[in-house]
Design a protein around this ligand. Sequence first.
Ligand code: F6P
Length: 520
Amino acid sequence: MTNQARTDAIWERLASLDTPTLAKLFAADPQRAERLSQRLEFALGEGGEDESSPDPVGMLLDWSKTHLDDDVLEAFEELAEAAAFDAAREALFDGNVVNPTEGRPATHAAMRGSGSPADVEEGQALLARMGMLVEAIHQGALGDINHLIHIGIGGSALGPQLAVDALTRDLELVDVHVVSNIDGLALERAFAACDPATTLIAVASKTFTTTETMTNAASALKWLGDNGVSDPGGRVVALTANPERAVEWGVDETRILPFPQSVGGRYSLWSSIGFPVALAVGMEDFAAMLAGAKAMDDHFRAARGRANAPLLAAFGDLYYTRVRGCQTRAVFAYDERLALLPDYLQQLEMESNGKGVRADGQALDRPSAPITWGGVGTDAQHAVFQLLHQGTHLVPVDFIASIAPGDALDPAHHSALLMNCLAQGAALMAGKQSDDPARHYPGDRPSATILLDDCDAATLGALIAFHEHRIFAAAVLMGINPFDQFGVELGKEMARSIGEGEGEFDPSTRALMKAAGFGP
Ligand code: F6P
């Protein structure tokens, strides 16, 4: 049997399996909560006792409220074997080409120390260079710098924005504003919050050609110049995999922080794209974030089958999308520090695995990534949870919370946050019978819960790496290349044509162009 025939047969077997309810699964196995939960604990740093080592990372991942049972898990473990998952994982970490359409490896993990010696060495050298610039800025080498306007979009913005927002509750050495949208209002809002005399501009773009970023960068330079800064160009730092282009644009080489082409945009937080994080929280915490991610890499590389936390999560994702027909999955962070995590994961999953063809070019005959969406708890409970509890869609949910609070107010706040988080997972699963149809909750709705010991830099790094690997694992099992994103190009081309008044457009778009003032 060919590998393809083998995987097809496994998908068919999965589709034909019984689907006991969650209640039945728990009743049949008193150990289910323990068997489908895993506590991950990572000691970081050399000695562990060393004061400069980050605190250990700890998290509990509970997948027991999903419909994964032994039959399903066995089938997925066979699928992983048939899809040569172990070899694909090693190819990723060995720096082999895993992005065939662009002929590139994907070396984001090497930036945090997981990869081939050459890739790791290159990553460390690049980050050491970034560390020197961060240190110099903190020491005043570019004058008094109180604000950073970080200009980038997509992967060049979402990661830094998430990490700065998550990690600066206690300390923000430099006030960071991330601006992505080409709508000038976004930049105007940042200007209003910054003093031009003490503002640094980071232009973050892997390609250094993205329209939004280059337009915003030019406007930010003009703002500095218009507001009395004598050498606006001297206040620009470029974070890019295209340093030549940054030089052409006018950035001095000493302020260009390059990263390798093989680091994809949505995986680039670990590279110099993380510069605003390091500037805001210091290199030590930035390094802790990388160390946490590296520890998750080590787990992902070593653990087998269902004991591998990202792989188990991928099994659950594929089960709901491909076997139960769920079109979406939701992520709710019960922690204000992680309020931007759903947005970050949305790009990570949808831009990576939102594909219609396999890596070999064949059309997929089953769905690819679910639509990933979510929000922050408890807010979302009062906005969208109605549909989750009683709507007609089955939506697998992830809950993410931290046991240690992010606030210093009355502990009642944090207890209420956690009790709500736990209650939602329980309520989705248990449901509630009522003779009144409007008050009836069907229950049997799946969720997974990740309980972090704390939401510090190292844990955030581990949590993000967990999701990178979960999405990679799902891609391997679907046969998808998760590292390209050609689907974003057509719209860019058409926007250019509209701007230039060229190209053939349909009657609807022509009418809209006319109404919006484009063309003759
Ligand atoms: O349009 C999609 C995309 O290419 C993302 O993948 C990327 O993160 C973003 O645009 C920004 O690209 P760049 O970093 O090259 O400006």
